[in-house]
Design a protein. Structure first.
Length: 395
């Protein structure tokens, strides 16, 4: 199982490196400052330092998708929920290498990290609870330097507007969302409206103090408290509204569910949609995020079928993903939160009882009996379709 506790340091006698993050709006000077400070620590201060940037567009599986999205907003993923989860997957891809660097005594400077991912998602209008959930469990920074620049000053700087989200109004919304983090004791604000030399001197003095200070050899993991009240703004179950009669949504899970779906499709007058997604060769956390992102990316097409009055049977949907992930990831709430907001089927059926606890908690059906399954698939409310939330997805 994936552990969520803090991780112990590396070899005895080696002081672990500091994890330092630079955050701020686009064109606040983060990248230039982070690069210059990493060079200063390495060359002048004798502190072994590595500079990493998020998103990592070059050395990760998710990098190309993210690069295309940022450059043109024409990535293969159309949904903002899916994009958010892919950005989080990008950070989880670097989890092990980040921990290894720190434990070996290397100070790591990050150009953007969790706060950027959460703030950009909140600025797009998604709930705070959803924006925060995926990054719980990642290494917690020892210090975050927030380069505070007004949207007006950022807009006046060279190359502003080259990427899709460099718009004044959007950057103002990101700045407001960043306030979620600025109250955290590890956050330090630097006025970045000033000249770059003045900003560098202040940042250098502060970062040297962080590198030299005593810190626990245990690398803390981010918990819900890092985000303040991360439960606020949850998806509302009644948000999927339909004009007139809609199609029914079913989910089948378990051994033989593909054959059962074919058998039931004629009786239910339903279309089968198989959401199976390749997750070979990636960590459990990455697997969860990739599955959730794929479900979100297919979400609108499924809803459109329902609006057109078509019944849909889903294979390898949320219940299947949960059963697959439970043995690998210890934090059950973390798993469930990734799926909050997705359509909750009118009927969920599993063909065997090995996952009985999860199914019983949520009132889902465990049966191999065709008549019983058909009966469970005839009860639903045509007026609305609920979302998965903490109230109807209990692990």
């Amino acid at each position: 199982m994936t552990k969520m506790a803090g991780l112990a340091g590396g070899d005895a006698g080696i002081k672990r490196g500091a994890l330092i993050v630079f955050e701020g709006l686009d064109r606040s000077g983060k990248s230039t400052l982070a690069r210059k400070l990493a060079q200063t620590l390495n060359d002048e201060e004798g502190t072994r330092t590595t500079l990493l940037a998020f998103p990592d567009r070059t050395s990760t599986r998710t990098g190309k998708i993210i690069n295309d999205h940022l450059a043109t907003q024409k990535s293969p993923l159309a949904r903002k929920e899916a994009i958010h989860l892919i950005f989080s997957q990008n950070r989880w891809e670097k989890d092990n290498s980040l921990i290894e660097l720190l434990n070996n005594g290397t100070t790591v400077i990050l150009d953007r990290y969790i706060a950027s991912g959460v703030s950009y998602t909140m600025a797009k209008g998604l709930p705070k609870s959803f924006a925060c959930a995926a990054d719980i469990g990642l290494p917690q920074p020892d210090c975050v330097f927030y380069l505070d620049v007004s949207p007006e000053v950022a807009e006046s700087r060279a190359n502003y507007g080259e990427e899709a989200f460099e718009k004044k109004e959007f950057q103002a919304a990101v700045r407001k969302a960043m306030d979620v983090f600025r109250k955290h004791p590890t956050w330090k604000t630097i006025d970045a409206n000033r000249g770059k030399d003045e900003v560098f001197e202040e940042a250098k003095e502060r970062i040297l103090a962080v590198v030299q200070e005593h810190r626990s050899e245990t690398i803390a993991r981010i918990g819900p408290e890092y985000f303040g009240d991360s439960g606020e703004g949850e998806f509302k179950p009644e948000e999927f509204q339909f004009d007139g009669k809609r199609g029914c949504l079913y989910a089948l899970d378990g051994p033989g569910s593909e054959v059962l779906a074919q058998s039931l499709s004629d009786s239910l007058n339903a279309e089968i949609v198989d959401l199976k997604c390749s997750t070979d060769g990636i960590s459990a956390r990455e697997k969860a995020l990739k599955l959730a992102a794929y479900f979100w990316d297919q979400n609108e097409a499924i809803l459109e079928k329902l609006r057109n009055g078509r019944n849909v049977v889903l294979l390898h949907y949320v219940p299947s993903a949960i059963i697959e992930l439970l043995p690998e990831i210890e934090d059950l709430q973390w798993i469930a939160a990734l799926f909050h907001g997705l359509p909750c089927p009118d009927a969920i059926v599993r063909t065997e009882s090995d996952a009985g606890t999860v199914y019983k908690k949520n009132g889902w059906v465990i049966s191999n009996d065709r008549a019983e399954i058909l009966a469970s698939c005839t009860k639903h409310d045509n007026a609305k379709l609920e979302r998965f939330t903490s109230k109807n997805l209990a692990l």
